[in-house]
Design a protein around this ligand. Sequence first.
Ligand code: ZN
Length: 124
Amino acid sequence: MSDQQVELSPSRSEEAHSAQTVPSANMIYCHGCGKQIHKTARSCPHCGAASSVKTGDKSKLVAALLAFFLGGLGFHRFYLGNILLGIIYLLFCWTFIPMLIAFGECIYFLAMGQESFDRKYNFS
Ligand SMILES: [Zn+2]
């Protein structure tokens, strides 16, 4: 009996350890409970919430290019679905301030990870 217990406990702790150190490259955060789940998972194993309700297929690069070339007119905001912001950019385009903001956003889009971009603009 005591031998079995000794054998069981190391394998258990090893299992728990490997579960904690799963590489996070393919992991996303659950919208329901905030725990890390694999990005291909249809639903969260922790809380059952649908993990990836993809609402769009917007490209980071297209957003960055639109921000760079037509950002002063808010095109990237229209593209990303922020219609109201796009209109504000358009209204103030003559001040050239939206152009400066859009240039910063272009760099921001390029610098941000695909995953965080998706979470922000492609998932509900
Ligand atoms: Zn969850």
